[in-house]
Design a protein. Sequence first.
Length: 84
Amino acid sequence: ELGLSETHQTLIMNGLRNKVRIETDGKLMSGRDVAIAALLGAEEYGFATAPLVTLGCVMMRVCNLDTCPAGIATQNPELRKRFA
């Protein structure tokens, strides 16, 4: 939260705020978190972990290898069957 607020204030002080969109990501787990980020200056929000866990992600961190054991982050038809 501190970095977001400082970024927002620094951009305002330097007259650059209208030229930049601030995106926040990481640990946005509830609507409250998004509201706080908005109040601190964020305009875009990234959601990654919370939706994946809701879908059944077991956090094996192999998304980029196309071998997701839960079948979420893969194009392999056999693994996709696990995600029903």
